[in-house]
Design a protein around this ligand. Structure first.
Ligand code: 5AD
Ligand code: SF4
Length: 446
């Protein structure tokens, strides 16, 4: 292993997709830095280029191959640079076959369950000059102790489990991330203790379905238990988690929202559709009524809880009535915000073979109506913050606010912009909300 002083060159990682991928990229960066590579500001000219891919939607594939076209030109200018591609798309043989055939200049391909092998693959590529390929389709255990290069000093993602056992009929994730595997609670607690000693105040626990944490591994400790243990860690001031599945949102978890002061009052609870008929076809294992009941219970224990969601429009066979059920659910649920997706056919998933695929024009029409309704509700929800004083974790300069403006999040995950010195990043400060919009709030430090 090289020490930091023996610089190997620079690296650049481009990440697509969800927080799990972002977290994996932090591990990849951590391993590269441990081995003496330095982060480059730009992809152009860097010695190692990593593309961490997503395959949740079809346009992600198209974007990836588009990016490869651009990277080819970069590599032509700097032929000794090494290009590695990884992430969910690499778990699909169709994709790796295309890369090996049409993009044979790509040096390294590795899968979602081979991240720990990347340093060795890179070394072999450099020393032997051959192309490297490592894609496993299952994982015995989660490799512990890998380094990580965090983006922020004061907040951190913590992976608590990998994979998914749910097989929602539209979703490719169970095929690209394998079966559910949880990390032992002691390992997670110890990692968070270390993070806390390192100055981390906020942790976000990550998994495809954190609510089923530990179930497949028989730890005798479930997700709610884990939250109680993390609550007790000194120095941690905020606990968040994502993503939750409504079918596994237990009464104990709901109770935890009422009992744990550090647990932020925000839950991302993807509903996908308001039609119980379609939910069945999606294999979601809950109904519209069950979902609305959950929200009521959550709001009973924590009145101020913010609820965000994911919704898919145009799932095969979605009728006007099904869509109206979604509109009705949205009005009743009053989400704080929502990610909306046009259904996208994923090869190998059951829904890709369903009849009655919805024409694009209808999908777009429904999508636009839905987004309009959601935005109106989000704006109303945000407007209720005007005049309130909120605790905000200052993250640093605002991406859009201009000079001297910082951004941060309320405990309900609302983005707030306010005038503030960036040297205060990492502080939990009181901010008075003076103005609200659909996408963010504005305020003043008090
Ligand atoms: N088409 C459209 N959206 C999808 N999602 C997952 N698979 C698909 C698909 N095939 C959405 C779901 C999920 C989010 C991460 O991506 O809403 O919650
Ligand atoms: Fe995909 Fe469903 Fe698993 Fe979420 S719970 S990752 S939507 S299969």
């Amino acid at each position: 292993m090289k020490s930091d002083s023996q610089k190997r060159g620079t690296y650049f990682i481009q990440t697509f997709g969800c927080q799990m991928n972002e977290r994996d990229s932090e591990t990849i960066a951590g391993m590269l830095e441990r081995d003496g590579y330095e982060r480059a500001e730009e992809r152009d000219g860097s010695d190692v280029i990593v593309v961490n891919t997503c395959s949740v939607r079809e346009n992600a594939d198209n974007r990836f191959f588009g990016q490869l076209g651009v990277i080819k030109k970069i590599k032509e200018k700097n032929p000794s640079s090494i290009v590695a591609v990884c992430g969910c798309m690499m778990q699909q043989k169709r994709v790796t076959d295309i890369i090996k055939d049409k993009y044979s200049w790509v040096d390294i391909i590795f899968g979602t369950m081979n991240i720990d092998e990347f340093p060795a693959l890179l070394r072999e590529r450099r020393e032997l000059g051959q192309h490297e390929y490592a894609v496993a389709d299952s994982m015995e255990h989660i490799t512990e102790g890998l380094p990580s290069k965090r983006k922020y000093k004061f907040k951190s993602f913590v992976n608590i489990m990998n994979g998914c056992n749910n097989f929602c009929t539209y979703c490719i994730v169970p095929y690209t991330r394998g079966r559910e595997k949880s990390r032992p609670p002691e390992t997670i607690v110890n990692e968070i203790k270390k993070l806390s000693m390192d100055g981390v105040k906020e942790v976000t626990l990550l998994g495809q379905n954190v609510n089923s944490y530990g179930k497949a591994d028989g730890f005798g400790s479930d997700f709610a238990d884990l939250l109680y243990r993390i609550e007790d860690i000194d120095g941690i001031e905020r606990i968040r988690f994502m993503t939750s599945h409504p079918k596994d949102c237990s009464d104990d978890l709901i109770k935890a929202f009422g009992e744990l002061p550090k647990l932020c009052p925000h839950i991302h609870l993807p509903v996908q559709s308001g039609s119980s008929r379609l939910l069945k076809k999606m294999n979601r294992k809950y109904t519209k009524e069950h979902y609305l009941d959950l929200l009521e219970k959550l709001r009973d224990v924590r009145e101020d809880i913010a609820v965000t969601t994911d919704i898919i429009v145009g799932f095969p066979g979605e009728t006007d009535d099904d869509f109206e059920e979604t509109m009705d659910l949205v009005r009743k649920a009053r989400f704080d915000s929502a990610f909306t997706f046009l259904y996208s056919k994923r090869d190998g998933t059951p829904a890709a073979g369903y009849e009655n695929q919805i024409p694009d024009t209808i999908k777009h029409e429904r999508f636009n109506r839905l987004v309009e309704e959601l935005n109106e509700i989000t704006a109303e929800k945000n407007a209720a913050y005007e005049g309130r004083v909120e605790k905000v974790l200052i993250e640093g300069p605002s991406a859009r606010g201009g000079e001297g403006v910082c951004a941060g999040r309320t405990d309900t995950f609302k983005l707030v912009n306010f005038r503030c010195s960036e040297s205060r990043a990492g502080e939990l400060a009181d901010v008075k909300i003076t103005e609200t919009g659909t996408f963010s709030l504005y305020g003043e430090l008090i």
